[in-house]
Design a protein around this ligand. Structure first.
Ligand code: B1M
Length: 211
């Protein structure tokens, strides 16, 4: 267990080489990949998320921690697949149609991955149809939309309308965010949830799928 604590703190420091080394050591010591993920990488990322939410650290530190997470996941991912470990949920994430801002969307995606979600990254300028296809064809049980422009926020509503037309509204949960987005707007357009930052987005996503 001591090794996993060390792994979690290396992740919190954003020390990618140490995370890579400690992950390999834990595997060699016979600790299961799920245990390494939960007790080391996710445990560390949860602390990073909390600190970010409390404004104790900022975007660069989160990006550095995410890079360290990636260094550990390179070793763990194939082992998790082999062991048949299922993600806690699958979220299709994208920045809405007409909007090219992706820093926030990427941060949310990283934090989701850091907490055991499978993320289907649809990128930027994502049409309502593309979100719906991800839910239909790729098995996403959550849609995550980001918008940074007041002029692109209506595309969130258009996506919700498209989900309704496809008969998916209610079955697939919709989470929205981005600087100009508010809880009030989310309620107005019928989104299931809103989150003001990346760490809260993870909490909300878990809540929406009943975790
Ligand atoms: Co643009 N831009 N930009 N921009 N840009 C803003 C957003 C703006 C506020 C600047 C300003 O005028 N003060 C303004 C919008 C005004 C408005 O609509 N109210 C603006 C504008 C006008 C524009 C252009 C129209 C400028 C022009 O060309 N005339 C143009 C539009 C292009 C387009 O999208 N079609 C444009 C372009 C650009 C760049 C390409 C130069 C660049 C984007 C680069 C990139 O993303 N790869 C850019 C940038 C960097 C910004 C600012 C400076 C920073 C945005 C950012 O990355 N913030 C921004 C001003 C500002 O915010 N200070 C601005 C950091 C990021 C971590 O925060 O994305 O809010 P944020 O994400 C947070 C939360 O909101 C939340 O979690 C994240 C982490 O805590 N969150 C979610 C985000 N998505 C979520 C999803 C969730 C839950 C939470 O659930 C799914």
């Amino acid at each position: 267990m001591a090794d996993l604590k060390e792994l979690a703190s290396a992740l919190m420091r954003g020390d990618a080489p140490a995370v890579e080394k400690l992950t390999k050591q834990a595997v060699d010591a016979g600790i299961g990949p799920k245990e390494i993920l939960d007790g080391g990488l996710i445990a560390g990322m949860q602390v990073v998320g909390e600190r970010f939410k409390n404004n104790e650290i900022y975007v660069p530190e989160v990006l550095i921690a995410a890079r360290a997470m990636h260094a550990g996941m390179k070793t763990l991912e194939p082992l998790l697949v082999k062991a048949g470990v299922k993600p806690v949920g699958t979220i299709a994430m994208g920045t809405v149609r007409g909007d090219l801002h992706d820093i926030g969307k990427n941060l949310v995606s990283m934090m989701m991955r850091g907490n055991g979600f499978k993320v289907i990254d649809l990128g930027i300028d994502v049409t309502p149809q593309k979100f719906v296809e991800a839910a239909k064809d790729q098995g996403a049980n959550l849609i995550g939309m980001s918008a940074l422009l007041t002029t692109t926020m209506p595309s969130m509503k258009a996506t919700i309308d498209e989900l309704q037309r496809a008969g998916l509204l209610g079955k697939v949960k919709v989470l929205i965010g981005g600087a100009p987005v508010t809880q009030r707007y989310a309620s107005e357009i019928g989104a299931d949830g809103y989150a003001p930052d990346a760490a809260s987005a993870v909490d909300k996503a878990k809540e929406l799928i009943g975790l």
